[in-house]
Design a protein around this ligand. Structure first.
Ligand code: HEC
Length: 158
């Protein structure tokens, strides 16, 4: 009986030892703030896509004088279950940097709006934007709300 009791005690004290290594703060470590940093980054990309792309690809369906299809529609023509993030970024970036009728997969959009005009985008920025588009369900209410919130905050800070 005594022997049996010993083992659970061992076990518990072992757990406490290991656990304390996680709980006790390491004085040299910099504070870990994943949420703050991640959301800062998202704000940066939101600013990028908003200024570079949404001027024409406005997510708001109620907008008048639309210059291009909303970005979620573009996304749906490039995105599928099998495309890799890399390929998605590549295809979108190639087109955005140098719009080409031969490479277009949206003939209806070209008919309605004309081929996307060439701009001098920064390639790295476009890659970041394309990665964001791959990662983000731009058609979801949640995303639309977050974009609206972003726009509101932007207006306030002006
Ligand atoms: C000056 C307006 C304008 C801006 C700014 C703009 N686009 Fe477009 N884009 C268009 C138009 C118009 C179309 C639809 C015609 C077409 O497909 O070429 C389009 C279509 C596209 C397509 C689909 C092309 C196809 O036919 O397969 C992609 C991808 C795209 N845009 C990416 C972007 C990205 C990424 C940005 C921001 C970096 C951006 N666009 C900024 C006007 C614009």
């Amino acid at each position: 009986m005594k022997k049996l009791l010993k083992y659970p005690l061992f076990f518990v004290s072992g757990l406490l030892l290991v656990g304390s290594a996680f709980i006790l703060p390491d004085k040299n470590a910099t504070p870990f703030q994943p949420n703050v940093q991640a959301s800062d980054k998202i704000q940066d990309i939101m600013t990028l896509i908003d200024t570079r792309c949404f001027v024409c690809h406005n997510p708001d369906m109620k907008t008048e004088n639309r210059l291009a299809p909303p970005m979620y529609m573009v996304r749906s023509h490039y995105y599928n279950d099998t495309i890799s993030r890399e390929n998605f970024i590549e295809q979108m970036t190639v087109f955005a940097l140098k719009p080409d009728l031969e490479k277009s997969v949206m003939p209806g959009a070209v008919r309605n709006f004309g081929l996307m005009p060439q701009s001098s985008f920064d390639e790295n920025e476009v890659r970041l934007i394309a990665g964001y588009i791959y990662d983000t369900d731009l058609q979801s209410d949640a995303w639309f709300k977050s974009w609206k919130k972003f726009k509101k905050a932007q207006l306030k800070s002006k």
